[in-house]
Every structure is written in structure tokens, then in C-alpha cells.
Ligand binder design. Structure first.
Ligand code: GLU
Length: 306
């Protein structure tokens, strides 16, 4: 029987995944599989693409033992879907052209009653003449959502009710690329994804995405935003922190199974060297709520090696 519910992992192929990304991928897999869902892989290659990175990311995820239901979906091959969603919003009068540069947006004061950092609505009500003038100046136009709320509430498995800002978010950038928020919402619904597990740095974007889904008459998935991995200075783990990718660790003599074991230990589970073994022990309610601090310059956690 075909599955009707899926979880997913949706990396951006901007470089190799680091241990924090792999841990988030593992968690997405665990949430999906422990609830009987299928698991899908989506390459978010609309921007920031590094050649060969997607293939390496998929190889690393497979090397630590994750599996997924084919086919892998590439956003760059799905532009017609995003266009259709943008057209339906435009037909409903819910979009407008925005000619602002990044700098102009930074300089403009936030709208009086709008959320902090929100787009101030400069181009919301431009006259046709003003728009034409800007086009004649050769300014590229982004397309923004005409939002009718400034906040929206989502339910998150780990954070509970989360109320956050919604503004006139960009749907299509000035260079014609569909924006991440739009593409992710369209894809999640189109792929039958009803469970979104990802890093908690994306929690603030989630009210915007859920609002957008409701405007498009799409179901809002359930969310679980999981803690990130930090370096010893308390900052988000990054490539410059040392040996943080699977390939880096393997070059130091660790096996993919050992790395999986370390990721499992960071979640509070010892002795698991395959995702399937971990699945037997996995209890979402027992997940650590704090970020995992990692010192990539030592051996990871030798005591957790099998
Ligand atoms: N592609 C995004 C990232 O790698 C994740 C998007 C998502 O999970 O919704 O940060």
C-alpha cells in the first residue's frame, strides 16, 4: 500500500554536511520511522549550490545508515510548481512587486505596528506610475506576499505553541528565483509531507510558512524543531571549527558507525551503531532540549565507541 504520510530531510547543497546537520537528519529519520511514516530526501538547490555537494551529502547520510524512499527530489526541477503557487496568490490579489534593495530595507524603519525586522511595506501600495518609474530605472522587482496578519501561531512538538512574526515575505526574488519559504511550503504539501523536523534556527520562519500554507489551501504539517550543535565558544557549529564532517572524521580513523554512535550518544542513547538499533530506543519526549556542545578537536567521545 502506498504511504500517505512522510517526514523529510531537506539539505541545501552548499557544502558538506557537518555533524550537526547529520544529527538533524538522523532525528528527522527517527521521527518519521518511529511514527510509521515514509522518509523523503529533498535537495534544496535553488541557490547556494556547490557542485557535487548534493551527491556528497546523500552519500554521507547513507553512510551513517539512513535510508529514504525514492526518488530524491531536486527543487531546481520543480520550478513550474512554484510558479503555479505564485500565480494563484497573484490571481487572488495577494502579491505585489517590491523594488527595494536590501540596504533600503535595512534603513527603513520597521512599520509602526509590525514585528521587529519585518519588511516595512514600502512598495505595498505603489501607484502604477511609481512602479513604471522604478522599472524604467532598471530595478529588478521581487514579488512579495501581501500578508494580512502580523503574527501566526504554530504547534511544535518540542516548543509547544509558538507565536511568531509574519510579514510581507518574498515569494520570488528579484533574480527570478522562488524564495525558500515558498518552495518549502509548496514541496512539503506536494510530497505528502505532514511532519517537518529540522534545526531550531528555522523556528522563527515557521509561522510565515504555516500562514503561507493556509493561504494556498495546503495542510500545515506538524513541526519538531530540534536543538542545534554548538562549538565550544557557544556558537553554531561551522566548518571552520575543525574536523566536523563525516569525511573529516573518517580521515582521523573513525568509522561511519562510530560517528553514528557519537550522534546517538549526544541524544542520550548509548550502544547504538545503526539507525535501526537506535529506533528501538528512540523516545521523542526524552530528547535533550539543550544544544549539544561539540569539541571537534579532540576525539569525539571515545567512551561511546563500541
Ligand atoms: N534547506 C534548509 C537548510 O538546509 C532546510 C529547510 C527545511 O528543513 O525546511 O537549512
Amino acid at each position: 500500500m502506498a504511504r500517505t504520510a512522510y517526514g523529510r530531510f531537506a539539505p541545501s547543497p552548499s557544502g558538506d554536511l557537518h555533524l550537526g546537520n547529520l544529527r538533524t537528519g538522523l532525528l528527522a529519520w527517527l521521527f518519521a520511522r518511529s511514527t510509521g511514516r515514509g522518509f523523503l530526501m529533498r535537495v534544496e538547490d535553488l541557490d547556494r549550490v556547490k557542485k557535487g555537494a548534493a551527491e556528497r551529502q546523500l552519500a554521507d547520510l547513507a553512510a551513517i545508515g539512513l535510508d529514504w524512499d525514492p526518488p530524491v527530489v531536486w527543487q531546481s526541477q520543480r520550478l513550474a510548481l512554484y510558479d503555479a503557487a505564485i500565480e494563484s496568490l497573484t490571481a487572488a490579489g495577494r502579491t505585489y512587486e517590491c523594488f527595494c534593495t536590501r540596504r533600503e530595507i535595512q534603513l527603513a524603519a520597521t512599520a509602526p505596528h509590525g514585528p521587529m525586522g519585518a519588511y516595512p511595506g514600502t512598495c505595498r501600495d505603489l501607484t502604477e506610475r511609481a512602479k513604471q518609474q522604478r522599472r524604467d530605472e532598471g530595478r529588478p522587482a521581487a514579488l512579495r506576499l501581501r500578508a494580512e496578519v502580523t503574527e501566526f501561531t504554530v504547534t511544535d512538538r518540542l516548543f509547544g505553541e509558538y507565536r511568531g512574526a509574519v510579514d510581507d515575505l518574498v515569494l520570488r526574488r528579484g533574480d527570478g528565483t522562488p524564495a525558500y519559504n515558498l518552495a518549502a511550503v509548496v514541496d512539503d504539501a506536494d510530497q505528502g509531507i505532514d511532519q517537518v523536523v529540522r534545526g531550531d534556527d528555522l523556528l522563527p520562519s515557521t509561522p510565515r510558512q504555516a500562514y503561507l500554507a493556509t493561504l494556498l489551501d495546503l495542510p500545515v504539517p506538524e513541526y519538531a524543531h530540534v536543538p542545534l550543535v554548538l562549538n565550544t565558544a557557544g556558537q553554531r557549529l561551522a566548518k571552520r571549527d575543525g574536523a566536523v564532517t563525516l569525511r573529516d572524521r573518517m580521515a582521523l580513523g573513525e568509522s561511519a558507525q562510530q560517528v553514528l554512535g557519537v550522534l546517538a550518544a549526544s541524544l542520550g542513547y548509548t550502544g547504538a551503531t545503526t539507525p535501526s538499533a537506535l529506533l528501538e530506543q528512540f523516545r521523542p519526549e526524552h530528547l535533550p532540549r539543550e544544544p549539544w556542545t561539540l569539541d571537534p578537536n579532540g576525539l569525539l567521545q571515545p567512551s561511546s565507541y563500541p
